[in-house]
Ligand binder design. Structure first.
Ligand code: GLV
Length: 310
């Protein structure tokens, strides 16, 4: 029995193969592109695998996403239906995202772009921004990772709300649940942070109508997926002043093409899908434990709900 690994980068794949081999000696761990006996493959540990690849393993038991999101697996039209998909999170991954969200919320909150512009002109001017308690931050998504980010923002003193499909109480966070509550959530949100999974329901959710419901001059941070954002609507909202700035970590096309207007836009900060990251060192241990649990019990807490899309 074997496990195949696909990370889209040879050196990274080799690293994961080596670590998983050490942690799961009962399996042969191989590169997805050199799988050996296809019938022996029981697990595929992947990030954005090529379409049709997983369907070539007739006895596969589960796909393991090297990431919290599973959209990069589900987008394969040939993916066998009902194949369990295990998500991967872990303390390092959550910690990185907390850092990213705190950093960029604070950057918008304290108007750092304005101060940077002053510095570029050797211009001394003090700007005073409200204290965090007077800044209303709204997080779209209330999964495990988003809740941790909300707690970080609460600990910094921000007035935090969260919105998701199904809601659920979160300490010190005002929760809005479901489509009908979205307008009220948006109306009170000055800094909008998208941490949603990408599903049929959330695709294109960051659009002109959404932006128009935010207070004028609101900011956007998208660390969900590029597919959440209607890019032309963001550019229009920025040029109309409806939005005052955006921080984007994820894009419809990654890597972001060099001639894309986002790169040089004065009100957009681009980061190259680094809001979080699962490094092989800690990630392989999480994945090995999940595979062991799945082997032993036929299920696992990390199983995504393919019908919901996350
Ligand atoms: C990263 O984008 C993830 O899904 O974990």
């Amino acid at each position: 029995m074997s496990i195949v690994v696909y990370l889209g980068d040879d050196a990274e794949t080799r690293d994961w193969v080596r670590l998983l081999s050490g942690l799961l000696p009962e399996f042969e761990v191989r590169d997805f592109d050199d799988p050996g006996d296809l019938a022996a493959v029981e697990y595929a540990v992947v990030w954005a695998p090529p379409a049709g690849g997983i369907a070539s393993f007739p006895n596969i038991k589960a796909v393991v996403s090297v990431g919290a999101g599973v959209d990069h697996v589900l987008r394969d039209p040939e993916l066998p239906k009902h194949l369990p998909i295990l998500r991967t999170t872990g303390p390092d991954m959550i910690q990185r995202l907390r850092e990213y969200v705190a950093l960029h919320v604070l950057t918008h909150h304290r108007d750092l772009a304005v101060t940077d512009e002053f510095q570029s002109r050797a211009h001394w001017q003090q700007i005073v921004t409200p204290v965090a308690g007077k800044r209303r931050v709204g997080i779209m998504g209330l999964g495990q990772i988003a809740r941790a980010c909300a707690a970080t923002l609460v600990s910094l003193g921000f007035d935090v709300a969260g919105w998701s499909r199904s809601g659920g109480a979160v300490e010190d966070v005002t929760v809005f649940a479901g489509k009908d509550a979205l307008p009220d959530f948006l109306a009170r949100t000055e800094i909008l942070v998208c941490l949603l999974p990408l599903t049929a329901e959330t695709r294109d959710i960051l659009n002109a109508e959404t932006f128009s419901q935010l207070p004028k001059g609101a900011r956007l941070i998208n660390a969900g997926r590029g597919g959440h954002l209607v890019e032309a609507d963001l550019l229009a909202a920025l040029s109309e002043g409806q939005l005052a700035g955006a921080t984007l970590d994820v894009f419809r096309t990654e890597p972001l093409p060099p001639d894309h207007p986002f790169w040089k836009h004065p009100a957009i900060r681009v980061t190259p899908h680094i809001a979080s990251y699962i490094d092989a060192g800690t990630g392989a241990a999480v994945i090995a434990a999940n595979i062991r649990q799945f082997e032993a019990t036929g299920t696992c807490e990390a199983i995504a709900d393919a019908a919901r899309g996350y």
